[in-house]
Write a protein that binds this ligand. Structure first.
Ligand code: ZN
Length: 324
């Protein structure tokens, strides 16, 4: 099956042409200054057409378009339900109609982390597993779930995908979701600067010299032996590990996959989370495997084919039911 995929990130949109487990071509658009989804759709349409044409294909060769977006999504109606300041107009745009009118193709929309998990399941670290939790450690913390080979979505499409908002500290920081002490508020790229600047001994630390602190600097200074950096890094590792245990207790996976930009330090993160999980997760059946995600930014694109196949299967099931 050949498909088009669009990964709508915070600062860019990656468009891809995929065939089953292979990305035939892709192109990334800078959308950092885009005010609305409406403003970027014409550029995306041009890129999609170019990808098809440059690969000597026609739109009739393509089975559909899969779109991932970083918000809670009503995947049945292909509508974003809650955006966070980026693409706030997306909820009022009928993307299925856009796809039909521009390309004559069916379109499916899904939360970007769920689409990435489908990619890892189809072509990456979760291949061969049916029960999977994926954590994404980056600017935010994502957690998405697959149970018995199916994405967990739930009544309001938020089941299994709010792992970053499990409270890890009841008296902790206020989170962007409105909660208190969420993992994302305590140990993510978006909260790290506040954690560092509030640290009691920060003035004596090499971290004080960075105006814009990220996990790269934190892990580098910790590796160099800075005491405060080691303490903050280890606190982050404990929070991620506690979040992992909570996800395992909630969803009963056989494998936990960890991805995201922070995994550039996978050699420190993986063994720390794995040993905590193996010690503290209550899994009398055995040990949950802990692995790094394999596909990086390609994961969402490679989730396109299984997402479209799921839509086709759903339609067939409905057609079959209506004949009975
Ligand atoms: Zn939260």
């Amino acid at each position: 099956m050949k498909a088009l995929a669009i990964d709508l990130g915070g600062t860019h949109a990656t468009c891809g042409l995929v065939e089953d487990r292979k990305i035939l071509a892709h192109e990334t658009l800078d959308t950092n200054h885009a005010k609305s989804l409406n403003a970027v759709l014409p550029g995306i349409a041009n890129v999609l057409r170019r990808l098809v044409k440059n690969n000597s294909l026609a739109l009739q060769d393509i089975s559909g378009i899969a779109v991932g977006i970083a918000c809670i999504v009503d995947s049945r109606a292909a509508r974003p339900l809650a955006t966070h300041g980026k693409y706030d107009d997306a909820g009022s745009i009928d993307l299925c109609r856009w796809s039909r009118e521009k390309f004559g193709l069916p379109l499916r929309l899904e939360n970007d982390a769920r689409l990435a998990l489908l990619g890892e399941y189809f072509a990456g670290a979760a291949r061969g597993f049916s029960d999977v939790v994926m954590m994404t450690l980056g600017t935010g913390i994502g957690g998405v779930t697959m149970i018995e080979g199916k994405l967990l979505r739930g009544k309001h499409f938020q089941a299994g995908c709010l792992g970053g908002h499990f409270p890890v500290l009841f008296s902790g920081r206020r989170c962007t979701c409105g909660g208190i002490g969420c993992a994302e508020a305590e140990a993510s790229g978006s909260s790290l600067a506040a954690v560092v600047s509030d640290w009691p001994e920060i003035a004596s630390s090499a971290l004080a010299k960075y105006p814009d602190i990220g996990f790269k600097e934190l892990f580098a200074e910790a590796a160099a032996g800075d005491r405060v950096a080691v303490a903050i890094r280890d606190r982050c590792l404990k929070i991620w590990a506690a979040d992992a245990v909570a996800l395992i207790h909630a969803y009963d996976p056989e494998i936990l996959i960890i991805g995201g930009g922070v995994m550039k330090s996978a050699e420190v993160i993986l063994p720390a989370v794995e040993s905590h999980v193996h010690q503290y997760a209550w899994t009398p059946w055995g040990k949950v495997q802990v692995r790094a995600a394999e596909l990086g930014n390609n994961a969402a694109l490679l989730g396109a084919v299984p997402l479209l196949r799921e839509g086709i299967a759903e339609q067939n099931r409905k057609a079959h039911q209506s004949h009975q």
